[in-house]
Design a protein around this ligand. Structure first.
Ligand code: SF4
Length: 292
């Protein structure tokens, strides 16, 4: 079910600095269906709890962005438009809101952050390039596994991992700031050395910028949904997970061990983990033809 809603506001501040302090969510709910999705909690204040199938569409988002960016106190902070749901999820093919959103960023020369698991973003590469000429655009992808059989089970409606990496290379090639979020690393499913090494290797070969890696967290309803998934597809792992996830975070021992492996790979491939969008860079010389 898709439902258009008229949002009253669009920019939301949060203390968490990653990827920025400001989010603007274009959709609530996400059709990528990742079984580990951390954002499912965000539906609890809505009229439904089905985060994956009941998607709310803020079709007035572009107009709200123009209004917010026009406010005197707005300081052109970078805004992440994929905070709690992917803005290039399947429903975007129907509503095509993102081109209008990007045009609002171009008009107001505001830095933009997009995190996605979709290659649909390539549809808008010309607009993104235009914005990146006058205000920084950061593109982030998150990945878990290069094993397609596992990926189809875990993230059934997202793009294949290698396609995401190739897509990110195209944005790196046109000068956008890019970053790989290797998250979540899923215990006993995507944490094997071959998978870890290959994702670091491709990040280096494709010149994709920084890489951050985090283990799976299972807070709130996410744990229930993920355990149901495990019961169906990896039932033998359930007892191990019950030992590892006494709380929402993975055990300290697992986490420390994983960080050591990640650090070793960072050294091996000379990759850093620092990602931060920079403040606005304005090039007044560039004349824009916005809506051609
Ligand atoms: S792409 Fe992100 S928001 Fe969408 S289902 Fe997957 S984890 Fe959740």
């Amino acid at each position: 079910m898709f439902k258009e809603i008229t949002a009253k506001s669009i920019l939301h501040y949060h203390e968490r600095q990653f990827a920025t302090n400001w989010d603007a969510n274009i959709y609530c709910g996400c059709g990528h269906n990742c079984r580990y999705c951390f954002a499912q909690y965000s539906h609890k204040y809505l009229e439904t709890t089905d985060f994956f199938n009941n998607i709310f569409v803020k079709s007035n988002a572009p107009g709200l962005l123009y209004r917010e960016f026009d406010k005197k106190k707005w300081d052109k902070s970078p805004v992440n438009v994929c905070g709690i749901s992917d803005c290039y999820q399947p429903v975007e093919t129907e509503y095509e809101i993102m081109p209008k959103v990007i045009k609002s960023f171009i008009a107001k020369r505001n830095p933009l952050v997009i995190g996605t698991k979709s290659t649909l973003i390539l549809r808008d590469i010309d607009l993104i390039k235009k914005l990146n000429n006058i205000a920084e655009v950061s593109i982030l992808i998150s990945v878990s596994t290069l094993n397609e059989a596992k990926r189809k089970l875990i993230e059934p409606d997202a793009a294949p991992t290698i396609e995401r990496l190739k897509m990110l290379k195209k944005f790196s090639d046109i000068g956008c700031k890019t970053s790989v979020l290797f998250m979540p690393i899923i215990p006993f499913i995507s944490d094997n050395q071959e998978n870890l090494d290959k994702i670091f290797q491709i990040t280096k070969e494709f010149n994709l910028g920084s890489i951050n890696a985090w283990p799976l967290h299972l807070h709130g309803n996410t744990k229930k949904v993920f355990y149901e998934f495990l019961s169906t597809h990896f039932a033998r792992l359930l007892p191990e997970y019950i030992k590892l996830y006494k709380k929402g975070s993975v055990s300290k021992e697992y986490s420390i061990n994983l960080q050591k492996r990640v650090s070793a790979l960072r050294d091996k491939y000379q990759l850093h983990s620092t990602y931060k969008p920079t403040k606005p860079r304005i090039n007044k010389e560039i004349q824009l033809s916005l809506f051609d």
